[in-house]
Design a binder for this molecule. Structure first.
Ligand SMILES: NC(=O)c1ccc[n+]([C@@H]2O[C@H](COP(=O)([O-])OP(=O)(O)OC[C@H]3O[C@@H](n4cnc5c(N)ncnc54)[C@H](O)[C@@H]3O)[C@@H](O)[C@H]2O)c1
Length: 417
């Protein structure tokens, strides 16, 4: 551990404890796992955003008996305080904020050096590197869990090409994750990050949200709630219609480019904001990305169009175009809600559910992984239900129970019975 980082451990510990106080579902599961030692003797290799909530997951897996090695899934999203605190507790952590691209991949290899039995990934870099560069690790691996849409998409492509060699649970796709984490979690944390980084007002601004999936919908609705005038860009006809009927203006990127004061990409695709769009933008337009990789806003195009670039604030870079206009890129075009120095990531109460799903899915793989086909699997329905029920309980919210008559009615098909 670097001495500078080591000194941050007490602060990191306080950050983790604060997160854990707000993650009651994960703490309930931790208690159970620590009693049952369901992961005893197993090694878990993880590549996730390393922040306080993730540390709560790591500590839960350790309580269950696992040995954990973890690297970051983004060069900018690591909180060094949290790294320091985890290292002090003897966890194998290979990450620091601002690591180079080369170190980023070297650190993933270090996780694989621990010979993991189960992987937890966010974006599928760990799983794809295992297959492409470290195939000797595959026979020992019982299975993996994937946290985000982009990762699941990559893994489905691997499975379709017959390349996936162990089962993966698509934690991202579970309703208890996607409906809350991708939508409400990303919405709050993205807008919080943009406001925190720039100190700009959202009310009255023209915000262009590119992509109206789970992430885009959440951001659009919250931005509207803050008084922004929101425009949506979509490639999918159903989602474009949904956005229209949700009351948003929907248009092509070429048109939206002229309108926006702030652009937020949420597609999981590449080059959705390109040179021709930047050429039409207003002086002072802000560009932010909340999709998994830093490829949605073309950095190459920004560089080619610019005569000068300079950092104007922490996490804000100014690109001066030939005609004098200035465009502002946040957090290097990496997911803004996690990559900004002061970005907080999703609210703790949201990650409580996402990481409870991860902990239970890892336990499921420990028990059943060897019997599962090497493909992308859904989170077992009972895990989804359990997490939702525990969350409701923690919120003190009661669930209506159907009466026997209602149950019979739901199962009948004869008219009038
Ligand atoms: N920032 C975060 O913390 C966070 C959290 C969850 C997910 N994600 C990431 O956000 C991205 C989106 O996730 P999601 O769950 O909303 O996925 P999704 O598949 O539900 O939505 C993506 C939407 O983008 C649209 N789209 C694709 N290409 C487009 C283009 N060129 N122009 C306009 N629209 C386009 C698709 O039609 C789709 O509706 C993924 O990369 C995911 O991994 C980030």
């Amino acid at each position: 551990m670097k001495p500078k980082i080591a000194a941050l451990a007490p602060k990191g510990k306080r950050m983790i404890e604060w997160a854990e106080r707000h993650m009651p579902v994960l703490m309930t599961i931790r208690k159970e796992m620590s009693k049952e030692k369901s992961l005893k003797g197993l090694r878990v290799g993880m590549t996730l955003h390393i922040e306080a909530k993730t540390a709560a997951l790591v500590r839960t897996l350790v309580a269950g008996g696992a040995e954990v090695a973890i690297s970051g899934c983004n060069p900018l999203s690591t909180k060094d305080e949290v790294v320091a605190a985890l290292m002090k507790d003897g966890i194998n952590v290979y990450a620091w904020r601002g690591q180079s691209e080369r170190d980023y991949y070297a650190n993933i290899h270090q996780v694989l050096d621990h010979r993991p039995d189960i992987l937890i990934d966010d974006g599928a870099d760990l799983i794809s590197i295992t297959h492409a560069k470290r195939p000797e690790r595959i026979p020992k691996i019982r299975g993996a869990c994937e946290e985000t849409t982009t990762g699941v998409n990559r893994l489905r492509a691997m499975a379709a090409g017959g390349k996936l060699k162990f089962p993966v649970i698509a934690v991202n796709d579970s309703p208890a994750k996607r409906l809350f984490d991708n939508r409400f979690g990303t919405a709050e944390s993205t807008l919080q990050a943009i406001m925190g980084i720039t100190n700009t007002l959202i009310a009255g601004k023209n915000i262009v949200v590119v992509g109206y999936g789970f992430v885009g919908r959440g951001i659009a609705s919250r931005a509207k709630g803050l008084g922004a005038i929101v425009t949506i860009v979509e490639t999918n006809s159903i989602r474009a219609l949904e956005a229209t009927m949700d009351g948003f203006r929907v248009t092509r990127m070429s048109e939206a480019a002229r309108i926006g004061d702030i652009f937020i990409t949420t597609t999981g695709s590449i080059d959705v904001i390109r040179k021709e769009h930047m050429g039409r933008m207003k002086d002072g337009a802000i560009l932010a990305n909340s999709g998994h990789f830093n490829v949605e806003i073309s950095l190459k195009a920004l560089e080619e169009l610019s005569v000068r670039r300079r950092k104007v604030l922490e996490d804000v870079e100014e690109f001066r175009l030939r005609d004098g206009r200035r465009l502002y890129l946040l957090a290097e075009g990496r997911l803004v809600n996690l990559a900004g120095k002061r970005s907080l990531g999703h609210p703790m109460e949201i990650m409580d559910m996402s990481f409870a799903l991860q902990a239970l899915s890892v336990t499921y793989l420990a028990k059943h992984g060897r019997g599962l086909e090497p493909k992308v699997h859904d989170v077992p329905a009972e895990i989804d239900r359990r997490v939702a029920e525990l969350k409701l309980k923690s919120l003190g919210i009661g669930l209506e129970k159907p009466t026997p008559v209602q149950i019979k009615y739901a199962r009948s098909w004869l008219v009038g019975t």
